[in-house]
Each structure stands twice: as structure tokens, then as C-alpha cells.
Design a protein around this ligand. Structure first.
Ligand code: DCP
Ligand code: MG
Ligand code: MN
Length: 340
């Protein structure tokens, strides 16, 4: 995800990248985070090469390419295919797993349970009780939620939210984040940051949950609120749901993030992503004895023997995106450059 728009034609490793990218998408679909990460890093390295990488030895010498991936690169160059990828394509249960993981709100555990219960199709699931409300919506709008949203449509959804919020309180601001802010030509969902100068999270919360969301439901733009295990948020600064433009029948996934001023910089970094960029900049903060999350950059974080954090640390910066980069000693990167 987020790699759309990539033009492969003039890269000497284009074919290798294409096959590795397919394998990477497969691992992403079965939610194998570690392999997805390893493949993405490997692909990024390959994209930077100006010569063709043909042998395992050549590949191993490059950053972020371990022995196993290096062997796969050699296999692709020699055979023009990857057995592992062919195997996954031929495995029927694997196809069912991927199908079920496409149901919004279903994770790996749930999808495997359905398979163990003998279900094999989306219709099998429809007949069954015990679906959560989110899973029902995910099933009813399976195609919608699994299709990419063109950039112009992301903008149209964003404009509806902005206009409605402006009528409620014109001090409020909205910004479309996520892959859209990184300049993607299409997005998986619409991510919107909602802010208001000087307002506390409690104030923003009440405007969003008591006015904005109900009004958008009343106008028919919002269609559902969705809860997932991934959206647990004790501070309550998130909302997940689905929206639909007037005259359309296609439901889109919509995420709101509510952000007070003092956390704006950290939230901008978090919600711009991509997820891999976030991981690496957070890791860098850790290596410097600091901690970065979606609320701020903290120093003097005390960690125990197993690197578990013993205190929250002292807030260094939360307000300014650029300042956080500066304090971390990371050269500024425009949103479109934050693709790892
Ligand atoms: N994010 C993160 N870690 C996650 C999920 C999200 O750091 N596990 C951050 C980075 C993402 C941003 O939140 O860029 C928005 O999350 P999305 O899942 O909406 O991802 P994107 O907007 O980047 O891509 P897509 O076009 O698939 O929505
Ligand atoms: Mg997104
Ligand atoms: Mn999102």
C-alpha cells in the first residue's frame, strides 16, 4: 500500500521488484507484519540501484537485504518467477484467508476461526450469526472497502466534512492526512485530522461527537460507525466509520483524528506516515534515549532491563512538526518523501 504511482519501466531490477512487490502484498494481506516490512525495505533498496542485481551475493551486500531475500532475488533473475509466490497462488485455503481478511474488522484470529468452522465464501459468513456490527458492514461493503479511492474523491469527502464543521464552528480546521498528504494518486481510506486553535481535546471531542458526527449521519453522508480491535483508544481521540457522497452508492472508509494544538506536530507526523516511516523515526527517537508517539516527543525516558519504559519522560516538543525533526537531528522530509 502507498506504493502506487511507481513507474518501473526504466529500472534494471523492474521485474525483480514486480515479483517481490506481489509477494509483499501477499504478506501484507495475511498480516505478516515482519515479512511485509522486510520486503518493503528490500524493494526500496532495489529501486535505488542503477545496475541489475543478479546474484545472491550482490544482493546480500546491499542494505536491508538478508540472505533469504537475497536468495529469492537470485531465484527470480534465474527463473523469472518465485516458487513461494506460485505456491501461495495455488493454495485454496490461503485464498480463503485473504478473502476473509478483506472483511473490515476481521483480523487474523477471526479469519482463521471462520476457516476452522468450515466457511469458505463470503456468503457462508453472511448466513452465520455472531458477526459484530463492524463485520456486518465490512461484509455488506466488501467491494467498496477493498477498492482504492481516487484522489479527487478523497478531496470531495474531505470537503463535505470541512463544510459541515465550518457551519458548526468556524474556528475548527480539518486536514486530509494519510496517503493523501503523501501525494498518493489513490488512497485506501480518508484520514482527517480535526483541530481547533486553543481548544482542549475535551472541547474538540464534544463538537465532533455531539455535533459533527450526528449532523453528518443526519445528512446521509456518514453511513456507519466502525469499531475494531485496532481502534481501541482510551483517550478517545479517534473515530472510524464509513461515508458516502451524495448520489453515490459507494461507501468509503473514513477516519477522524482529534488533535489539540500542543500535539499537532506529533499528530502530523503520525497521521502522515507512512507506517514504516513512523516505525523508523520512532526507533531513531528510542536510540537517542527519547520517545516519539502521536502526541509528542519525550526525553529522559527511563527504561528497564528489557527496554520496557518505566516513566513517560519529559515532553520536548509536540506542537511543531519541523521542530520534532530538528530535535531528532533528522533532515526535514516533505510528506511525499516519507515513503519507506
Ligand atoms: N499509522 C501507523 N501505524 C499503523 C497504522 C497507521 O503509523 N499501524 C499511521 C501512518 C499512516 C496513517 O496512520 O500513514 C494513516 O493510516 P492508514 O491505515 O489510513 O494508511 P495510509 O493512509 O498511509 O494508506 P492508505 O491509502 O492505505 O489508507
Ligand atoms: Mg489512509
Ligand atoms: Mn486510515
Amino acid at each position: 500500500p502507498g506504493n502506487s504511482g511507481y513507474s518501473s519501466s526504466n529500472n534494471p531490477n523492474a521485474r525483480t521488484i514486480q515479483i517481490l512487490d506481489e509477494m509483499c502484498r501477499y504478506y501484507d494481506q495475511i498480516q505478516d507484519t515482519w515479512r511485509t516490512l522486510a520486503y518493503r525495505k528490500c524493494i526500496t533498496t532495489l529501486k535505488k540501484q542503477t545496475t541489475k542485481i543478479s546474484t545472491s551475493k550482490q544482493a546480500s551486500a546491499l542494505p536491508f537485504i538478508g540472505k533469504q531475500l537475497a536468495d529469492k532475488i537470485e531465484e527470480i533473475v534465474l527463473t523469472d518467477r518465485l516458487r513461494k509466490l506460485d505456491n501461495t497462488r495455488d493454495d485454496p485455503l490461503d485464498a480463503v484467508l485473504r478473502l476473509f481478511l478483506g472483511v473490515y474488522g476481521a483480523g487474523l484470529v477471526q479469519a482463521n476461526k471462520w476457516i476452522q468452522s468450515g466457511y469458505r465464501t463470503l456468503d457462508d459468513l453472511r448466513d452465520k450469526p455472531h458477526l459484530t456490527e463492524s463485520q456486518k458492514v465490512g461484509l455488506d461493503h466488501y467491494e467498496d472497502f477493498n477498492s482504492r479511492i481516487p484522489r479527487a474523491e478523497v478531496e470531495a469527502h474531505g470537503a463535505v466534512v470541512k463544510a459541515t464543521l465550518a457551519q458548526i464552528d468556524n474556528e475548527f480546521n480539518t486536514t486530509v492526512m494519510g496517503s493523501y498528504r503523501r501525494g498518493a494518486t489513490d488512497s485506501g481510506d480518508i484520514d482527517m485530522m480535526i483541530t481547533c486553535p486553543g481548544a482542549s481535546l475535551a472541547t474538540i471531542r464534544s463538537v465532533v461527537f455531539e455535533s459533527l458526527v450526528p449532523q453528518l449521519f443526519a445528512s446521509g453522508f456518514l453511513k456507519a460507525s466502525l469499531a475494531t480491535s485496532r481502534s481501541n483508544d482510551p483517550a478517545g481521540s479517534k473515530w472510524h466509520g464509513a461515508s458516502c457522497l451524495p448520489g453515490s452508492h459507494v461507501w468509503r472508509r473514513m477516519d477522524f483524528l482529534l488533535v489539540p494544538d500542543e500535539e499537532m506536530g506529533a499528530a502530523l507526523i503520525y497521521f502522515t506516515g507512512n507506517d514504516i516511516f513512523n516505525r523508523s523515526i520512532r526507533l531513531l527517537a528510542r536510540k537517542k534515549g527519547m520517545r516519539l508517539n502521536q502526541k509528542g516527543l519525550y526525553k529522559d525516558v527511563k527504561r528497564g532491563r528489557r527496554a520496557e519504559k518505566l516513566n513517560e519522560g519529559v515532553l520536548v516538543e509536540g506542537r511543531s512538526e519541523r521542530k520534532i525533526f530538528e530535535v531528532l537531528g533528522v533532515p526535514w522530509r516533505e510528506p511525499h518523501e516519507r515513503i519507506c
